[in-house]
Write a protein that binds this ligand. Structure first.
Ligand SMILES: Nc1ncnc2c1ncn2[C@@H]1O[C@H](COP(=O)(O)OP(=O)(O)OP(=O)(O)O)[C@@H](O)[C@H]1O
Length: 189
């Protein structure tokens, strides 16, 4: 099976004054669709740098990155932004929820940016909130939610944005969560 994420001989350098810092030095890895991978390593070993590249927030200085069959390393900023919007879901450490928007509106936001109508957005937002067991808190603002609940809103926002990976079409034509993901989320990841 072709890897969904394919990284080959990737290096990334930062230049500070006269010094060159090798944040990533000849990294190769493959991740298949549906695979869970944890990237672990000591502080300063390059995890964030690698995640920024995998997440299309940054590009490598050397090597090859192919995401879902598309070569990423040679793309322009606008093309990277398009891929981030359509293919990548981030759950940030500090959740990055907007404080003046409700849980529902926070999940809905990226779908608005993507140009989906209110009618298209509503089932995706409700299903994502249901998958993280937060339907009853959808009108709450982040300050009215616990830390764990805020994190689950951030996860719901990610799920709603990458429907293809997390939802499947039922025989009646409705989008329903893939069971494995749902039980993983409900058990706390
Ligand atoms: N913008 C930058 N400019 C210069 N050096 C940087 C920059 N960003 C990261 N580095 C350096 O690159 C190396 C890798 O940093 P990175 O943030 O990827 O590590 P990390 O594994 O995520 O660390 P941590 O677990 O502490 O967050 C470190 O030595 C860091 O000092």
């Amino acid at each position: 099976m072709t890897a969904l994420i394919q990284i080959e001989h990737v290096s990334k350098f930062y230049h500070m004054g006269g010094e060159t810092i090798r944040a990533l030095d000849d990294i190769s890895l493959e991740i298949a669709q549906g695979e869970f991978v944890a990237i672990m390593g000591p502080s300063g070993s390059g995890k964030s740098t690698l995640m920024n590249i995998i997440g299309c927030l940054d590009v490598s200085d050397e090597g090859l990155y192919v995401l879902d069959g598309k070569q990423i390393h040679s793309l322009k900023d606008s093309q990277l932004a398009e891929i981030r919007n359509r293919k990548i879901g981030f759950v940030f450490q500090n959740f990055n929820l907007l404080p003046r928007l409700s849980a529902y509106e926070n999940v809905e936001l990226s779908l608005i940016y993507r140009g989906l109508s209110r009618k298209q957005r509503e089932p995706l937002v409700l299903q994502a909130l249901e998958a993280v067991d937060l339907l009853d808190r959808r009108k709450h603002f982040p300050s009215e939610l616990s830390g764990g609940q805020q994190q689950r809103v951030a996860i719901a926002r990610t799920l709603a944005g990458i429907r293809r990976l997390f939802w499947r079409m039922s025989r009646r034509g409705r989008w329903i969560p893939r069971r494995a993901w749902r039980s993983w989320i409900l058990s706390g990841g």
